[in-house]
Design a protein around this ligand. Structure first.
Ligand code: GUN
Length: 284
């Protein structure tokens, strides 16, 4: 049976490390502050934001909570970002996604000071990642790299397959694994479905980030492979599940992340770690 990668336990360690660094920076007169901007009244987003604010409190990070009405205009939002960029008490800015449809997400993301972009979504940070330079990295793939390191799974020379090509997970994941010398394949919604099983079977490290409940089955997993499940889905019975069919994959994998308790808690914890890094980038 596979080793179950305990994202919850590692997330607690990452938060402790962040809290210690926040205290250390505080001792040098540098305070960490995260501004969280939520536009509209999406319930899931509101829940995510509440947990991020709670994490900040636990780590000794000041937080600034901006709840804006759904009908907020592009100009109003851009004006707020401008003010947060200029505010020295704000060392990190997070705009909760998705934004209401009338707002231009790309313009909003590009307006954030790249050194305060704790989501790592800014084109400058994406460019830094691709070029192998220091910068803020998206939390989900950054958390996955932490899990691989914790469990001493070295990507170097391994075949890594990422299923999904989003800007938030799939693409940055590919470049982070590439930076650690893995051989990368990215499968996506237009990959020949007849090829998909074979591509997955070539993976020593398989990252499922396609958003389709239980799409990756046991027979698609190479014996002994590391399986990382980014999915947060509901199965037919309405029960929380991932993009991997855990019960069948667990029998074949060498190590596997559960849902819940795998990637999710690490994503949250890496945000705290990014708030610390952002403060350091701004204060040298
Ligand atoms: N919505 C869902 N996930 C995320 C995330 O990681 N960051 C932001 N800003 N919004 C999200």
């Amino acid at each position: 049976m596979a080793t179950i990668i305990d994202g919850k336990a590692l997330a607690a360690k990452v938060r402790e490390r962040a809290a210690a660094e926040v205290a250390e920076l505080g001792g040098r007169g540098i305070s960490c502050g995260l501004a969280v901007v939520l536009v509209g009244d999406d319930q899931a987003s509101a829940t995510y934001v509440r947990s991020k604010l709670r994490d900040c409190e636990q780590c000794g990070i000041r937080s600034f909570d901006y709840k804006l009405p759904a009908e907020t205009s592009q100009e109003e939002l851009m004006e707020l970002i401008g003010r947060l960029n200029a505010d020295e008490d704000v060392t990190g800015i997070l705009v909760q996604m998705p934004l209401p449809a009338h707002l231009d997400t790309e313009r909003v993301v590009a307006a954030i000071d790249p050194n305060k972009d704790v989501d790592g979504f800014h084109p400058m940070n994406m460019g830094r990642l691709v070029r192998g330079l220091e910068g803020l990295r998206p939390c989900t793939p950054a958390g996955i790299m932490e899990m691989l390191d914790e469990y001493e799974i070295d990507p170097a020379g391994k075949n890594a397959v990422i299923v999904g090509r989003s800007s938030i997970v799939g693409k940055p994941m590919a470049f982070m694994l590439l930076a650690r010398n893995a051989t990368i394949s990215v499968a996506h919604s237009r990959t020949d479905p007849h090829e998909l099983a074979r591509i997955c079977q070539s993976a020593d490290i398989l990252v499922a980030a396609c958003g389709v409940p239980k799409m990756i089955k046991g027979p698609w997993v190479k014996p002994g492979a590391t399986v990382i499940d980014v999915g947060m889905d509901r199965d037919e019975a309405g029960k929380l599940c991932g993009d991997v069919d855990f019960d069948s994959a667990e029998l074949v994998a060498g190590a596997i992340t559960p849902v819940p308790g795998g990637v999710g808690p690490m994503t949250r914890a890496m945000l705290m770690s990014n708030v610390v890094l952002a403060a350091k980038l701004q204060h040298g």
